[in-house]
Design a protein around this ligand. Structure first.
Ligand code: XLS
Ligand code: NI
Ligand code: NI
Length: 440
């Protein structure tokens, strides 16, 4: 296999060159040290490269196989290939100058014949990562366990009818959580792709939810036992691969967390394309999570408006990302979270350089969106309009009703006594849409 340094056919990291840059591979807006609302762009955006799509995906689709033929995907020695892949991964991080990356256990190290062997493989690669991270100053945004690819998980991991599969998933998550902790990971993600069902004819929903609740509780307990201070995140998605998934959307996850007493322990990792699959906008999911106190991190990508599945494309719409980031800023930022590019290049994008164009373009889109969102926050008119719309609730009676100091009968008596007749007011949607368009 060729040396990692040769894969991308360039060695200079991609630099900020301003809006008039002529070279195709340059940042035109993302200037990591530029201060926006008191913080550097890099600290606001906390970009992460995702290992599975950028290094692990061979370019297949349901109608045809591999198109990329990456050198680290072919050979007999699986561990040697994993090391070669890691070399290219860190070369990609260096060229993009990103602060973070994310991985599943099985993206970075091959599965062995036994769980012990798989875990040993993972530890060997983690050691390599630790050395590379030290040198490159790249950090781990989150780690996660792949509990969906292997046939043992075809009927779910925690929600499997077979308790041995539940146990196996526990063992796998324990290993990845500990590796994530060892690498200084800032979060740990659980995406339940197969935690759902294909047909109700063979499924006991109540029992499966209890299994999932128990599983999550065990993970949270272990996090505290090992002293992992990162955030545990659930990533909602309504369907795909299963027909129905229990972590459908932010609202469903919040209800689930409340039911199992985990709402102070677990937050959400919201993915744009999962929000749209659930029939929501990305900003809806972000604003709701913020309102419920469980906003954790973002998987930043986009779907295709004409395809009803998870196409996982790189984000390219400034207005859409600006509204998402506006709600992130309003919520006070993402804390330990960040923007993970859970996005893949298209099947025909077979040149290594396509990976660079994808990330550079998306980082610039996010940077432009950040500037627009920051301007919206600074201007304050949008928030002012919302505050004015609810101002009546600041009145004495408004507060008393909301504070539980009035019974239904008392409220009714006041309406009759004062002959209250509410006056309809405009929602001013078009004015607000025009206001937003001034910034994007
Ligand atoms: C798949 C999910 C997955 C998670 C991590 O749709 O987005 O990639 O982010 O398991
Ligand atoms: Ni996805
Ligand atoms: Ni994701």
């Amino acid at each position: 296999m060729t040396k990692a340094a040769d894969f991308f056919a360039r060695s200079a990291p991609i630099r900020y060159a301003g809006p008039d840059a002529v070279e195709p591979l340059a940042f035109r807006c993302y200037d990591k040290d530029r201060v926006v609302l008191g913080k550097r762009m890099e600290e606001h955006l906390r970009f992460a490269v995702c290992y599975w799509h950028s290094l692990g995906w061979p370019g297949g689709d349901p109608f045809g196989g591999e198109t990329f033929f990456r050198p680290w995907m072919h050979g007999d020695d699986a561990m040697a290939l994993a090391r070669a892949k890691a070399d290219v991964a860190f070369e990609l991080f260096r060229l993009l100058d990103v602060p973070f990356f994310c991985f599943h256990d099985r993206d970075v190290a091959p599965e062995g014949d036994t769980l012990a062997q798989s875990t040993a493989n993972l530890h060997a690669i983690a050691e390599l990562f630790a050395a590379k991270m030290e040198q490159a100053k790249v950090r781990l945004l989150w780690g996660t366990a792949n509990l969906f690819s292997h046939p043992r998980y075809m009927a779910g991991a925690a929600t499997n009818p077979d308790p041995d599969v539940f146990a196996y998933a526990c063992a796998q998550v324990k290993a990845v959580l500990e590796v994530t902790h060892g690498l200084g990971g800032q979060n740990y993600v659980l995406w339940g792709g197969r935690e759902g069902y294909e047909t109700l004819l063979n499924t006991d929903i109540g029992r499966e939810l209890d299994q999932l609740g128990r599983f999550l509780t065990l993970v949270v307990e272990h996090k505290h036992r090992i002293g992992f201070s990162g955030t545990i995140l659930i990533e909602p998605k309504p369907r795909e691969p299963t027909k129905h998934q229990y972590d459908f959307d932010v609202a469903a996850v919040h209800g689930f967390l409340r039911r199992y007493g985990l709402e102070r322990e677990v937050k959400v990792n919201i993915e744009a394309n999962h929000a749209t699959l659930a029939g929501h906008s990305f900003e809806h999911e972000i604003a709701l999570a913020a309102a419920l106190g469980i906003l954790g991190s973002l998987d930043i990508n986009r779907g295709d408006p004409q395809s009803g599945w998870d196409t996982d494309q790189f984000p390219n719409s400034v207005p859409e990302v600006a509204l998402a980031l506006y709600h992130v800023l309003r919520a006070g930022g993402l804390g330990s979270g960040g923007l993970n590019f859970d996005a893949k290049i298209r099947r025909q994008s077979i040149d290594p350089e396509d990976l660079l164009h994808a990330h550079v373009g998306a980082m610039d889109v996010c940077a432009r969106a950040l500037l627009a969102a920051a301007a919206m926050v600074e201007d304050g008119r949008l928030a002012g309009e919302v505050a004015a719309r609810y101002a009546g609730w600041e009145s004495r009676e408004g507060r008393a009703m909301l504070g539980g100091e009035r019974s239904l009968a008392e409220i009714a008596a006041r309406v009759e006594r004062d002959a209250i007749e509410p006056r309809p007011r405009s929602g001013r949607q078009e004015y607000l849409e025009n206001l937003v368009n001034r910034y994007v």
